[in-house]
Design a binder for this molecule. Structure first.
Ligand code: BMA
Length: 364
């Protein structure tokens, strides 16, 4: 024990001496894990490339569940998505599994594996309604409107945010370093379907929720979170910033816009994306922020050329750091609910072409 400490100390001394000449002119390496991920995402987007993302990629696919190393995306393209999204819904109740049944232990292991292969992880949070006890979509009670006068509710929310923070703080690589993740809480708030969304909170109450979240994470000294703001579509671009918590709280300006209605509605989808993402990208550039297409997709990929003919052209001239499609739910649970082609799907060839395009980043 003692001798290994001595050896370690000697090695440290030698390495610092050896490096001292060279290091004089170098910047001190005091970057937090979050800062290094920001730098990486920034240089990627500046190079005109983006990470392709998929939710719950290695947990289950259209025809399988929990097969080690398996992924619908990998089965079609030969590589894992460059980014994997995971959801913390139910962590607030200290549950062992999330709202879709994925064990948090599994999520943690997969985040470590994805990080080790040079990929990126993002985290969303479909948490329960702390006032009604229902799920994220239960808008029968509006907690954010009662936080001021309901101290117990406020304490519950703080406890829940603290549990999400503790999970994120526990993510470490094999060397014990904190793994950086993109955290995207309180998403799609411009829609009316979540209890933190439009109609259930005022813009001030929503911004306060972000400030509360940041305070709790900051008090715990968490240094591995890159913060993403990701409203759903908005009636006009300026609306995007009505609920924006402020530049000091956010690193990534994101947007969740889905393609509904298949080929007939492709133009409508294109208009929605073109009506918002370029504006968001422009604002991000002005504010020194990153931009991302945080959630999108065409359920069941009912257009065989969707990835190269619809999605790719929409993001080609926007410096998005990543583009993420939603999960491939298992067919026994939701047979039509998948957003990436699986082997044998009619859009398989097009998805391979999308993978082969130099702009898209997947990982081995
Ligand atoms: C939704 C659907 C739900 C799922 C939730 C959280 O968009 O996929 O089935 O429970 O996301 O992953």
């Amino acid at each position: 024990m003692k001798s290994s400490i001595l050896l370690f100390a000697t090695a440290l001394l030698l390495s610092s001496c050896a490096g001292s000449k060279k290091e004089k002119n170098e910047e001190p390496t005091t970057q937090t894990p979050a800062e290094s991920l920001i730098v990486r995402l920034d240089s990627t987007s500046k190079s005109g490339r983006f990470f392709f993302g998929h939710h719950d990629d290695t947990a289950y696919g259209h025809e399988w569940k929990y097969v080690p190393g398996k992924s619908d995306v990998k089965d079609v393209t030969g590589e894992y998505p460059g980014l994997m999204n995971w959801d913390l819904g139910m962590i607030e109740l200290d549950s062992a599994r999330n709202l879709d049944g994925v064990p948090f232990k599994f999520i943690s292991e997969e985040i470590i594996a994805q990080n080790a292969r040079g990929g990126i992880n993002a985290i969303s949070w479909h948490l329960r309604n702390p006032l009604s006890g229902g799920d994220s979509w239960d808008v029968s009670a509006s907690p954010l409107q009662q936080l001021q006068e309901n101290a117990a509710l406020s304490d519950t929310l703080d406890l829940w945010i603290g549990r999400a923070a503790d999970f994120i703080a526990s993510l470490k690589d094999a060397e014990g370093n904190n793994i950086p993740v993109i955290f995207r809480p309180w998403h799609e708030n411009t829609g009316t379907w979540f209890w933190w969304g439009a109609g259930n909170s005022t813009p001030e109450q929503y911004k306060d929720l972000w400030k509360r979240t940041r305070r709790i994470f900051d008090e715990k000294g968490i240094d591995n979170v890159v913060w993403a703001y990701s409203p759903d579509r908005v009636p006009n671009p300026e609306q995007y910033f009505v609920t924006y918590p402020g530049d000091e709280y956010v690193d990534i300006l994101g947007s969740d816009i889905y393609h509904f209605g298949g080929a007939d509605n492709a133009d409508q989808y294109r208009q929605s994306v073109r009506g918002l993402l370029p504006y968001v990208a422009e604002e991000a550039a002005k504010r020194g922020k990153l931009v991302a297409f945080t959630e999108t997709g065409l359920e069941s990929v009912v257009m065989d050329n969707w990835f190269t003919e619809v999605l790719l052209p929409l993001v080609s001239d926007i410096p998005v750091a990543y583009v993420c499609v939603w999960r491939n739910a298992n067919q026994e649970e939701k047979p039509m609910h998948y957003y990436a082609p699986y082997p044998g799907h009619p859009a398989e060839a097009d998805f391979k072409k999308f993978h082969d395009n130099p702009k898209t980043i997947f990982v081995k």
